[in-house]
Design a protein around this ligand. Structure first.
Ligand code: ASP
Ligand code: MG
Length: 433
């Protein structure tokens, strides 16, 4: 039997469970994780677990490297920082054994998780799944340290901070898991940050693309790379809390947020009233800065003179505005860049001042980008107009605008960001009870 998306349906579901650093921080919490894992297996599933290092541990290890040398060898850095996950994987296997489960750890080099040799930011090339599948089918729980891999020349690599999410999705893809459950310290993905808007609601479903857009504008639930990988491989990802009652049932019955494809979402929502759900989420990002160059000539090649050198300096420019010049033949160019890159941006443009030929450079770091995201806007007009009107009604000034197929972003004063998010949450009918 095959499911609608071509996956072969098994009588027994195969689940990858991933636990983050706060869930693994200390003996009591690991014991709790072991009980959650056992319950999932007891409900009849084949289970593999991917774990992070204990909260704070990777930071501690990174510090030791910095203390050793300002110019440490990245290959040895990987040897050091991969150790945090090695410890938690062994410990979780022990706790599972203590509960009477068959369990063993599979380190990155044992599976193996093949990566390129980009130490400290390696990319996964493949995951060896045969031995793992066999062990799981025999009822053994596989415990896999996230974050670590093996390069072609036989050295340990790591995937970049937050990389355990990506490990979990890669393992799920390799063993054709029915689901990858990511247990974290929040219980799902919300319409917006619940710390800003008390009426934020937990989403039942969200698409990969929406999740990617939200991650790119400041929502930090999952490592962005893990979402791209899940989308590419068609892995169904669920975000849910590991801080659940000890006697809570297996994850199948306590849904967090499912991250799925557009098509699956359509199937799930068939017959439901879609009109009220045009917008899925709202995110705010204060790590933006705005730069304006005044009196730039409106000639072919001028914007290339501005943005070419910035690209070469690896600075990611986001929103760009240029007006058409009137009588003077000159106009202002405004754009945004990450706040952390502002000083470098100014230095690059200062150096190119003569080549570009602008009058003044004005920088503003007190800005924030607010974005509304939703696949519903593909087929509906008026989303942006609703946004502009809601902000105007509160006297919030819009300094720049950018759009993608499923996102509208505006740049506003940083002091007004909380108000803006709240107003928009209400305007799009997202407020919960
Ligand atoms: N322990 C690693 C980190 O803190 C990987 C992870 O937890 O995802 O970045
Ligand atoms: Mg994380």
């Amino acid at each position: 039997m095959f499911l609608a998306d071509g996956r072969e349906a098994r009588a027994v579901a195969r689940i990858v469970m991933k636990f983050g650093g706060t869930s693994m921080a200390g003996t009591e919490r690991i014991r709790r994780v072991a009980r959650i894992v056992k319950r999932q297996q007891d409900s009849g599933h084949e289970v593999a677990v991917v774990v992070s290092a204990m909260a704070g541990e990777t930071d501690r290890l990174v510090n030791f490297c910095r203390e050793a040398s300002a110019l440490y060898d990245p290959a040895e850095y990987d040897v050091v920082v991969a150790a945090g996950e090695q410890i938690t994987s062994g410990l979780l296997a022990m706790h599972l054994q203590a509960l009477g489960c068959q369990a063993r750890s599979w380190l990155g080099w044992q599976l193996p998780v093949h990566t390129d040799d980009g130490h400290a930011k390696a990319r996964i090339e493949s995951v060896g799944a045969e031995a793992l599948s066999a062990a799981m089918a025999a009822g053994e729980i596989a415990v896999i340290p996230g974050f670590q891999g093996l390069s072609d020349d036989g050295r340990i690599t790591t995937l970049g901070r937050g990389g355990s999410d990506t490990s979990a999705v890669a393992v799920a893809a390799a063993i054709k898991a029915d689901r990858c459950d990511i247990y974290t310290d929040v219980d799902g993905v919300y319409t917006t940050d619940p710390r800003i808007v008390a009426k934020a609601r937990k989403l039942k479903n969200i698409t990969y693309e929406e999740m990617l857009e939200l991650a790119s504008v400041g929502s930090k639930v999952l490592q962005t790379r893990s979402v791209s990988l899940a989308m590419k491989e068609g892995v169904r990802v669920q975000v849910l809390s590991s801080f659940i009652d000890d006697d809570a049932p297996a994850a199948d019955t306590i849904p967090g947020t499912m991250i799925v494809s557009d098509e699956e979402l359509d199937r799930m929502q068939e017959g439901q009233d879609m009109e009220s759900q045009l917008i899925t989420g709202i995110a705010a990002d204060k790590n933006e800065a705005k730069v304006t160059l005044t009196s730039v000539l409106d000639h072919p090649g001028v914007v290339a003179q501005i943005f070419g050198p910035l690209a070469q300096a690896n600075i990611n420019v986001d929103m760009i505005i240029q007006n058409i010049a009137q009588d003077t033949g000159a106009t202002d160019v405004t754009f945004t860049c990450p706040l952390a890159d502002l000083a470098r941006t100014q230095a690059v443009l200062e150096e190119c001042k003569a080549a570009i030929g602008y009058d003044r450079m004005i920088a503003d770091s007190k800005v924030a980008k607010v974005s509304v995201v939703g696949v519903g806007m593909r087929s509906h007009a008026g989303i942006a107009a609703t946004m502009f009107k809601a902000l105007a009604d509160r006297g919030i000034n819009i300094e720049a605008i950018s759009t993608s197929e499923i996102k509208v972003s505006v740049l506003i004063d940083e002091d007004e960001v909380e108000l803006a998010v709240r107003v928009l949450h209400t305007a799009y009918g997202l407020d919960g009870a």
